[in-house]
Design a protein around this ligand. Structure first.
Ligand code: B16
Ligand code: MG
Length: 217
């Protein structure tokens, strides 16, 4: 029985993916490493430090631990400047009404984002009141595709994983939901998200009726 919905943030509730992309691109280019949207796909849902490691590996660059911390902090400064511009208009289509529908139906909701900036972003989007719980990414030891963040979200809303549905746009995120033993809704390209139980190409298609129909199949 469906009792809770656990949302990823970036790419599901709002398109901060674009800001992460621009912030990483600026950093990579400052380091002389070519960076494009295709390469950026590898970073979706992946933590800040792991993303930096992937970029450095691509550029064959080795940095000291201290310098890596400095670069990661620099990327976050670029990102924080960009997210200051976020308003409720930046919610992806249909997401807020789906959250409202879920709350009206008595379901619990939670956010399972890898981003340490998640709280600031949902406040700017003005949807904090529609989420019963937000997992603090800083306390999650194992990033997606590990299921930890989804399991923690379920625990915080007092549910078993089998009672929850997870919504994700990233491959690593869908893997994390499946590893948590939840029903996975993928938002985006059906080919790259083929491990999801249900793939929708647009958040507009996410409604409680449509979800229930898929769950009962
Ligand atoms: P931060 P999600 C993830 O958010 C992003 O997809 C990923 O690109 C980013 O590196 C990660 O958060 C960490 O973000 O640097 O703000 O801590 O998709 O899990 O909501
Ligand atoms: Mg995402």
């Amino acid at each position: 029985q469906l009792k809770g919905i656990i949302f990823d943030l970036d790419g599901v509730i709002t398109d901060t993916a674009e800001y992460h992309y621009l912030a990483w691109k600026q950093l990579a280019e400052d380091l002389g490493i070519p960076f494009d949207r295709t390469f950026n796909e590898k970073l979706k849902g992946i933590s800040r430090m792991e993303s930096l490691e992937i970029i450095l590996e691509e550029g064959n660059i080795t940095l000291s631990e201290e310098e890596k911390q400095r670069q990661a902090a620099q990327k976050n400064e670029h990102y924080k400047t960009m997210i200051e511009k976020i308003t409720p208009d930046d919610l992806l289509p249909g997401v807020k009404s789906f959250m409202e529908e879920a709350k009206a139906a008595g379901l619990k909701t939670a956010l399972a984002s890898a981003s340490k900036n998640a709280q600031a972003v949902i406040e700017r989007l003005e949807v904090t009141h529609l989420l019963d719980s937000v997992v603090d990414a800083a306390t999650v030891k194992q990033g997606k595709p590990h299921p930890e963040v989804f399991l923690r979200a379920a625990e915080q809303i007092g549910l078993n994983a089998s009672e929850c549905v997870g919504v994700e746009d990233a491959q690593a995120g869908v893997k994390a939901i499946k590893a948590a033993d939840m029903f996975a809704v993928g938002v985006g390209d059906p080919v790259s998200l083929q491990e999801a139980d249900w793939v929708i190409q647009d958040t507009k298609l996410l409604t409680l009726d449509a979800l229930k129909e898929k769950l009962n199949k």
